[in-house]
Design a protein around this ligand. Structure first.
Ligand code: BGP
Length: 462
């Protein structure tokens, strides 16, 4: 009988800017997320006093976390992935001392999790950074930001060293290529050299924080976080196979640096071929040698690669501009559903790095509608998650070391790409619509009971 390991962590994942709200409470500063009211691909919008972007309140997790954690505990969660909002700790990003009220909030949150035996996994930067650092320093374009990030990370590592033993540096670090404002705090019009320089600063910061974590909390583990964007060749034409290899390397590059500690040769060639000049110092090279303990990634879909330019123009469609796979169905948002791809990706990452893996995001965004009794009958979500988890089990049987699985958005939250409520991922429904109307009341969907059974049987019910 194929099974999940006994110590496998089961749970869900959220991000501060998509759940907390309270965007200006207790000294919090504005983050890039607060000024991107249309989502991670949207423009920066001026804040107007009293306006109410959907993320300003989000699902009010800042005030309702005890109720939400109780619901997660009701499903049997052993792990919850959250992020710390950097701007609660250093509101502008460049202060000398942290904001005590912000630190105290996360103390309360971690204590609540501990009271329910839920292990916290903490992302240091999930799609947001202090707006002050962008305005005054040019975001990650500036080397100084490395020092500001390390100061912030050291402050929270030291504060929570007894409470948090699983850490992650940057959420989907490879998304900086597609959404520079969200990832590295640069305007969309930035040149490739500027974006890669900023990414380099972020990779150095990530490595320095890995080192800091090992110093401050010797029994903690710290990982990276990649958007697992597996690409297939559209055909078996050798040109398509090579194109798929290169498109996979575009995201694996981040993992290669974070897991192996140096820039791979293919990337140096890419820089040369594209006239990209990056300032890499000897101290940077030394810093990069601090590599992560485990690899975490999100998995939503796969895509296809073709070397045929005309076909490329014609077919590219969805969010990541990938050529669709004719063999796969899509979600309401055009994200292609590929459970088998998750088994392949787990094996690819294991073969490449031989480090433990953690699936920290996976799920189906859908337009849920409560039935006459007020219950969302989300069989489509159950079937999506069930099919993916079966493939995780297959990968474990292949010999891949998998630490755990946290589904994305166990409670409905604000979507990252569109900043809307109607793209729902949760086992728990939240009464709030795209215009911000609703009581914010929580209720269990059908999938709540399904996930509870999966966790209770450690996956045997799949
Ligand atoms: C990942 C992000 C999350 C999240 C998820 C789903 O890229 O790390 O923050 O939101 O995707 O995306 P969306 O919210 O756009 O459906």
């Amino acid at each position: 009988m194929k099974t999940f390991p006994d110590n496998f962590l089961w749970g869900g994942a959220v991000a501060a800017n998509q759940v907390e709200g309270a965007y200006q409470e207790e000294g919090k500063g504005l983050s890039t997320s607060d000024v991107q009211s249309q989502g991670i691909f949207g423009p920066v919008t001026e804040r107007v006093a009293g306006d109410s972007g959907i993320k300003d309140i989000a699902i009010d997790f800042y005030h309702r976390y005890p109720e939400d954690i109780k619901l997660f505990a009701g499903m049997g969660f052993s792990c919850l992935r959250v992020s710390i909002a950097w701007t609660r700790i250093f509101p502008n990003g460049d202060e000398q001392q942290p904001n005590e009220a912000g630190l105290a909030f996360y103390d309360r949150l971690f204590d609540e999790l501990a009271a329910h035996d839920i292990t916290p996994m903490v992302t240091l930067s999930h799609y947001e950074m202090p707006w002050g650092l962008v305005n005054q320093y040019g975001g990650w374009g500036s080397r100084q930001t490395i020092g500001f990030f390390e100061r912030y990370a050291r402050a929270v590592l030291a504060r929570y060293k007894e409470k948090v033993k699983l850490w992650l540096t940057f959420n989907e670090i490879n998304m900086s290529l597609h959404a520079p404002m969200t990832g590295v705090g640069l305007p969309e019009t930035s040149s490739k050299s500027e974006v890669y320089q900023a990414i380099h600063h972020q990779l150095v910061a990530s490595a320095l924080v890995v080192r800091a974590c090992h110093e401050i909390i010797p029994d903690a583990r710290i990982g990276n976080m990649l958007l697992g964007g597996l690409m297939y060749p559209l055909t078996c034409k050798p040109e398509d196979v090579l194109e798929a290899l290169q498109q996979n390397r575009a995201w694996q590059f981040f993992g290669d640096v974070q897991c192996r500690g140096s820039y791979p040769g293919y990337m140096l060639r890419f820089f040369r071929d594209n006239g990209i000049q990056i300032d890499i110092t000897d101290a940077d090279r030394e810093a990069l040698k601090s590599t992560v303990d485990y690899i975490s990634f999100s998995y939503y879909m796969t895509g296809c690669a073709t070397a045929d330019d005309a076909l490329n123009q014609q077919l590219r469609g969805n969010i990541l501009s990938m050529v669709p796979n004719p063999h796969l169905a899509s979600s309401e948002w055009g994200w292609q559903i590929d459970p088998l791809g998750l088994r392949t990706l787990l094996n690819v990452l294991w073969d490449r790095y031989q480090k433990p893996l953690f699936i920290v995001e996976n799920g189906l965004g859908a337009k849920d509608k409560p039935d006459a009794d007020g219950v969302v009958q989300d069989d489509y979500r159950i079937s999506y998650l069930n099919d993916h988890l079966v493939q995780v089990r297959e990968a474990i049987d292949d010999g891949v070391e998998v630490m755990g699985y946290t589904s994305w958005g166990p409670i409905d939250l604000v979507s990252a790409s569109k900043a809307e409520m109607s793209k729902r991922y949760g086992f728990i429904y939240v009464d709030r619509d795209d215009s911000g109307k609703g009581t914010l009341a929580r209720s269990r969907k059908k999938s709540f009971w399904w996930y509870k059974e999966v966790i209770a049987t450690n996956g045997e019910s799949l």
